[in-house]
Design a protein around this ligand. Structure first.
Ligand SMILES: NC(=O)c1ccc[n+]([C@@H]2O[C@H](COP(=O)([O-])OP(=O)(O)OC[C@H]3O[C@@H](n4cnc5c(N)ncnc54)[C@H](OP(=O)(O)O)[C@@H]3O)[C@@H](O)[C@H]2O)c1
Length: 223
């Protein structure tokens, strides 16, 4: 499958949460936010799930660094991205990937807001098709910025190549607080996603950990 190189990035507390029980996800320090903006400037597109748009309302542009804005992509089966979402503010190109379940009304509303609407899949957005489509139109590098549910789908379907996690020296607890990866999970460790440590670095007060995902078809170990 020809798809973009995918980097998953997240800010995470030491107890593995990417937001609190109250939905507060302002985990990273200023230095780390700058790193994320520099990363955005290096990729062609940045992608989030509809849960993140509703909860965080991110702009996903490059503001704390110099560089061009990536294409912003929302994975949103029913096309429920609110019309006043910052991701539709016109400051950069936006794509809303929906399914055949999205109504004509919602699709037209999103197009009227200037977004490109892609219909891929029936139940949930077909991520493989989405990535193939993006690659065909020139997206070589894609930054996945969450949240937990989309992270799970992307990892479980082996569509992530690299993981960058900024571990913040904070603990927030809460059984219902979102963790880095949610979804249904696997029963055996052997069935999980296996990673290879690449590097560690202090960024502000955070510890930036970088891993490579093992076992992908483009992985030299599998050739
Ligand atoms: N700290 C950080 O770095 C960081 C970054 C981002 C987000 N967050 C946090 O993460 C939380 C949001 O995570 P979330 O899990 O609720 O939502 P999410 O992962 O952002 O979005 C998940 C939603 O995307 C839609 N979707 C459509 N096709 C999909 C597919 N193939 N696979 C997976 N999802 C698909 C589904 O909704 P539909 O069926 O309605 O389409 C699904 O419920 C928020 O609390 C936010 O603050 C933290």
């Amino acid at each position: 499958m020809d798809r973009p190189n995918v980097i998953l990035n997240a800010g995470m507390t030491l107890d593995g949460k990417i937001s609190t029980i109250g939905g507060d996800s302002k985990i990273s320090c200023e230095e780390d936010l700058k790193r994320v903006h520099e990363l955005r400037a290096k990729v062609d597109a940045v992608m989030v799930g509809i849960g993140t748009v509703i909860s965080d309302n991110p702009i996903l542009t490059v503001r704390r660094a110099k560089g061009r804005n990536p294409i912003r992509i929302v994975v949103d089966s029913l096309g429920k991205t609110p019309s006043d979402a910052k991701i539709l503010d016109g400051s950069a190109q936006s794509i809303v990937a929906v399914t055949t379940r999205a109504s004509e009304k919602e699709k037209n509303r999103l197009q009227d807001k200037g977004a490109e609407v892609l219909v891929l899949g029936d139940e949930k957005v077909d991520l493989t098709q989405l990535l193939e489509h993006l690659r065909k139109r020139g997206v070589e590098k894609l930054l996945l910025e969450g949240g937990s549910t989309l992270n799970w789908s992307m990892l479980h379907q082996r569509l992530v190549d690299e993981i960058q996690i900024a571990v913040a020296p904070k603990i927030v607890g809460g059984k219902k607080a979102k963790t880095l990866v949610d979804g249904v999970g696997v029963r055996k460790i052997a069935d999980g996603v296996h990673l290879e440590f690449q590097s560690s670095k202090i960024v502000g007060e955070n510890l930036l950990l970088t891993y490579r995902v093992k076992g992908l078809t483009n992985d030299s170990e599998n050739k």
